[in-house]
Design a protein around this ligand. Structure first.
Ligand code: GLY
Length: 255
């Protein structure tokens, strides 16, 4: 995959404690979240990225999960239409920000909804999860845009977890880290699968960045399996974001 040079993150806002969640892990500790977020930004820098840090936005409790607001490709950017009503306004500032980096920014339009946490890029193919956030119309619009850009794309049903990427991550060199929610998917069998054991399900949400893989701390088997496949890992604690169904990939946009 092409190396990334930039990332965009947003510092969590105080209202994050009221963010959307199904996790049942209690409310996030805001101060701890700030420390974890700083460590995350530092890790992106260590991977060689220039990191644009956006200010906290108290209007949107989930706004630290910037990944959902846009899909960034080597050939253009697409602003999403987030599926959760409380998150729709998050795209406004992101559209302005992306205008500084991308000439042509396309947009998913209602009634289509799409969270980019549902979009898994595997080289030049994009898998789009149909989830509680991403509907068929949103996926259809995205497929049309990606096809125009010269990519291919297809949909995958998401039955478990918030997003497609809650359960599967593409690493470079044809590797997929995958948990049991997606293991039976026939289209994923063409990849070298790094299978996440049930006790470590959450660890499937890892993040390839320029030869490093960011992994969640506390999941040693997954970390070991990724290292065995030849990747250098960087371990990060994202416990406070996990409480909001979030993880390593949702916390940044990379390009
Ligand atoms: N809490 C992240 C989300 O539900 O979108």
């Amino acid at each position: 995959m092409k190396k990334y040079s930039h990332a965009i993150v947003r510092i969590p806002c105080r209202e994050m404690i009221h963010g959307l969640t199904t996790a049942n892990l209690g409310k996030p500790d805001y101060d701890k979240a700030l420390v974890q977020h700083q460590a995350y930004s530092d890790a992106l820098k260590r991977c060689g990225l220039e990191v644009l840090v956006l200010n906290p936005d108290n209007r949107y409790p989930d706004s630290t999960f910037v990944e959902d607001t846009a899909l960034l490709t080597t050939r253009g950017a697409i602003i999403t239409n987030p599926g959760a009503p409380s998150r729709k306004g998050e795209i406004d500032e992101m559209q302005t920000v992306l205008g500084q980096y991308f000439k042509d920014v396309k947009k998913i339009q209602a009634p289509g909804t799409l969270d980019a946490g549902d979009v898994l890029m595997a080289e030049s193919h994009f898998y789009i999860g149909l989830s509680s956030r991403t509907n068929f119309e949103g996926a259809k619009q995205l497929i049309q845009i990606l096809t125009q850009l010269g990519f291919s794309a297809s949909t995958i049903p998401v039955h478990e977890g918030l997003h497609l990427k809650s359960g599967v991550a593409y690493l470079n060199h044809h590797y997929l880290v995958i948990n049991s929610d997606f293991l039976a998917e026939p289209r994923f069998q063409q990849y070298s699968l790094i299978k996440v054991i049930n006790q470590e399900n959450y660890a499937a949400n890892c993040l390839w960045i320029n030869d490093y893989v960011l992994v969640v701390s506390g999941f040693p088997k997954t970390k070991e399996a990724i290292e065995k496949a030849g990747f250098e890992t960087v371990e990060l604690d994202v416990s406070e974001f996990r409480k909001l169904d979030g993880g390593l990939s949702c916390l940044s946009l990379r390009f």
